[in-house]
Design a binder for this molecule. Structure first.
Ligand code: SF4
Length: 85
């Protein structure tokens, strides 16, 4: 009857970066501001590095410890395609 909690004592805040691909117009702002998480893909839209596109929602989601520059990218995106949760 053990209760195992590997994350106990290690306080980590997970955040989610969400990219709505269908909104993206490929302006490149997010890539310029936050190369760590964003890159331009062959489809002319940006891509959230390390994530996969959910075909149902047309969203890419990435869990990170710290959203860092993604916050700036979200604020600068002209079509509000990026959000942080
Ligand atoms: S800033 Fe917004 S519109 Fe521009 S490439 Fe990034 S997600 Fe797409």
């Amino acid at each position: 009857m053990g209760f195992f909690s590997p994350s106990e004592g290690k306080k980590k805040t997970f955040m989610k970066i969400i990219l709505e691909k269908s909104k993206c117009i490929g302006c490149g702002n997010c890539v310029a501001l936050c190369e760590k998480f964003f890159e331009l893909g062959g489809d002319g839209k940006c891509h959230l590095k390390g994530s996969e596109l959910d075909p149902k929602t047309q969203r890419e989601t990435l869990e990170v410890d710290n959203s860092e520059c993604a916050k700036d990218a979200a604020e600068t995106c002209p079509v509000q395609a990026i959000s942080i949760e």
